[in-house]
Write a protein that binds this ligand. Structure first.
Ligand SMILES: Cc1ncc(C[n+]2csc(CCOP(=O)(O)OP(=O)(O)O)c2C)c(N)n1
Length: 671
């Protein structure tokens, strides 16, 4: 067997063997896509298996993450720190080869994929980072950033809406470094794609403004090589190459059928497949020496490529020492010293301002100091206040622009931010109304799962947005976001808490942060009277306390409802009860505190507690306990001025007072 064929079949059989041994997984996709993966990985991909983090490497994304054995096989064969035993441990407890590729777990896995469409869109984010960094750092004689974003996308990826959104934006932006190979195998789980997916995909991508090519035979290595070469030359448009493949290629009875999609081939069929592909019988996990040698050339080549780049970097450091320092800061995700020297402190103001407005002011105060911070909104910048003054829009004519225009594409915005963060070098932020966080939830979940520093600016965070009505008024959204593990949700109560929310988001490079901000004004609290706003860092803190001892009752609120708590406390206090008001902008941050701190804020013995939040009650009993009361909203809103809505729905100081009296009476604290 000639060497190329031997290598392609090695990918096919190793992938099938991994699935067979795990007795679960997806052999068909890797077997069908093996040839294009081989060409890409051995003839084009610039990577260094010894250093999967080399900044200027090409990125490879396996968007149909269910075909993970394809990626693991390629990583093992080309010499990454992934052993044959790791392949044998596919899908097992604590293995480096989980069912779907997970970022941070396996060396060489560039992004977590599995939810179809996410990888496709994340790659567009990587391409945005690549172009921004290139525009910022490259010099004609020193090119630090110049790499491709390669990917394989499946039918499922192309069916999912998020890929449509991302493809449309990528075409508009002319992200020419993107080269995606479409695994056009005509099969998904339920059968032939004829039952669901019949539009002209290539025409669709042409309409998006992509450079489109076709390979009729997915095993024709030369044709694949030629099209990738052409795609590289087209630098003004992202590239889409539709490659006609055959799921389960080589399997005599399962090829071209959904049976090859998501189950092991089976003992007999895998033997038949070996025979069919000219493989020895009973040869699970067999790697011919010649094939291994061929793949392992990647090691020497990769070291040479990285070495050359390191020389470029070293020259750059000499020629542009200041910019080189900035480069290292970007890559290491360090904030420059003094980044917060111009961050505002807002004076007390009873009229106050909306926290979205304060957020916009804060962003503009810090953005000039942190050029790695770039972002935008899903066509809502005038409302979300997320434009950086004096900066260009990121467009094909201005890849140095820091204002991203995502268009009305929340889901892609979320996934693109993931790709931007994962690429390295940038801190992305993205904005929309809180209610539309639902439209990007799958991407938020992946950011949390992958531990990415991504900042969501969610404004219009309650019925307080008023007249737009129930379609635009979030109810269950805070609860829904709080339900996502490893996502920090922060709902600041005033301008100065908003400062600390941004501080936290910028310093926290371990995971995503969602800021929930008001449309309506909230007073800027006088911090001479109330607890200091940096209490936000601990999730909850005491704003006011009537006694040095334990209070009779605790009011807990977040965001715009803190002012309601303060007003209610005043009224209850007049009856002689000692009240504590706690601002609780972030459950997650509070839960991270020591038990001692948590007890200090919410002493166990004080069971008279009322929580106030203009959103779902779900979860609040965790903080108010069995006896506590919640003044919340467990129904949809309505279209009316904000003030009326708070009154009609009873999110008012009077309702809080009523609930508080009830509790205090039971305790014999008031008559
Ligand atoms: C968002 C999402 N929905 C559903 C699934 C479950 N799923 C896994 S693969 C797949 C479809 C498979 O078709 P295709 O993408 O063509 O992959 P192939 O059959 O070629 O392996 C589905 C629905 C998923 N992984 N992600």
């Amino acid at each position: 067997m000639e060497i190329d064929n031997l290598c392609v079949n090695t990918i096919r059989m190793l992938s099938a063997d991994g699935v067979e041994r795990a007795n679960s997984g997806h052999p068909g996709m890797p077997m069908g896509a093996a040839a294009m993966a081989y060409v890409l990985w051995t003839r084009f991909l610039r990577h260094n298996p010894a250093n999967p983090k080399w900044p200027d490497r090409d990125r490879f994304i396996l968007s149909p993450g269910h075909g993970s054995m394809l990626l693991y096989t390629l990583l093992h064969l080309t010499g990454y720190d992934l052993t044959l035993d790791d392949l044998k441990n596919f899908r097992q407890w604590k293995s480096k080869t989980p069912g779907h590729p997970e970022y941070g777990l396996t060396p060489g896995v560039e992004t977590t994929t599995g939810p179809l469409g996410q990888g496709f869109a994340a790659g567009i984010g990587m391409a945005i980072s690549e172009r921004y960094l290139a525009a910022r750092f490259n010099k004609p004689e020193h090119v630090l950033v110049d790499h491709y974003i390669y990917g394989i996308a499946s039918d499922g990826d192309l069916m999912e809406g998020v890929s449509h959104e991302a493809a449309s934006l990528a075409g508009h932006l002319g992200l020419g470094k993107v080269i995606y190979l479409y695994d056009d195998n005509h099969i998904s789980i339920e059968g032939s794609t004829d039952i669901t997916f019949t539009e002209n995909r290539s025409a669709r991508f042409e309409a998006y403004g992509w450079h489109v090519q076709k390979v009729d035979d997915g095993n024709d290595l030369n044709a694949i090589e030629k099209t990738i070469g052409e795609a590289q030359k087209e630098i003004g448009k992202p590239s889409f190459i539709a490659v006609r493949t055959h799921i389960g290629y080589g399997s005599p009875t399962k090829q071209d059928t959904p049976a090859a999609h998501g189950s092991p081939l089976g003992t007999e069929e895998i033997q038949r497949t070996r025979k069919n592909l000219g493989w020895p019988a009973d040869s699970a996990f067999f790697i011919p020496d010649e094939a291994c040698d061929q793949f392992r050339k990647a090691k020497e080549k990769g070291e040479r490529l990285e070495q050359k780049w390191l020389e470029t970097l070293s020259d750059y450091e000499k020629a542009y020492p200041e910019q080189a320092k900035e480069w290292h800061r970007f890559v290491n995700r360090n904030l420059p010293a003094g980044w917060d020297s111009d961050i505002p402190v807002f004076p007390p103001d009873s009229k106050g301002s909306a926290t979205r407005i304060s957020s916009g002011n804060i962003l503009n105060a810090i953005a000039p100091k942190i050029p790695s911070l770039i972002g935008g909104s899903a066509d809502l910048a005038p409302s979300t206040k997320t434009l950086i003054d004096g900066e260009n829009d990121f467009q094909s004519t201005h890849f140095e622009g820091r204002n991203l225009r995502f268009g009305v594409r929340e889901h892609a915005m979320g996934a693109i931010m993931n790709g931007m963060a994962i690429h390295g070098g940038l801190i992305p932020y993205g904005a929309t109304f809180l209610v539309f966080s639902d439209y990007m939830r799958p991407a938020i979940r992946l950011a949390a799962l992958s531990g990415l520093q991504v900042i969501y600016v969610f404004t219009h965070d309650s019925i307080g947005l008023g007249e737009d009505g129930p379609t635009h008024q979030p109810i269950e959204h805070l609860a829904a976001l709080r339900a996502i593990p490893s996502l920090t949700v922060i709902r600041p109560c005033d301008a100065n808490e908003t400062v600390h929310a941004w501080r936290f988001a910028l310093n926290n490079n371990k995971g995503p942060v969602a800021l929930a901000l008001t449309r309506q004004n909230v007073p800027t609290l006088d911090r001479e009277i109330f607890g200091a706003a940096d209490g936000l860092d601990r999730g909850a803190y005491i704003l006011s306390d009537d006694t040095a001892d334990n209070p009779d009752l605790i009011l807990i609120a977040s965001g715009s409802e803190v002012q309601i708590a303060i007003e209610a406390a005043q009224k209850i206090r007049e009856k002689g009860a000692a009240i504590r008001v706690v601002s609780m902008p972030s459950w997650e941050l509070f839960d991270l505190q020591s038990e001692a701190y948590r007890k200090q804020i919410l002493p166990r013995e004080i069971k008279a507690r009322v929580a106030i939040e203009a959103g779902s009650s779900q979860g609040w009993h965790r903080y108010v306990g069995n006896r506590g009361r919640v003044i919340t909203l467990d129904h949809f809103g309505a279209s009316a001025p904000s003030k009326i809505l708070f009154e009609k729905f009873g999110v008012t100081a009077d309702r809080v007072v009523e609930a508080a009296y009830d509790l205090l009476k039971q305790d014999g604290k008031v008559m």
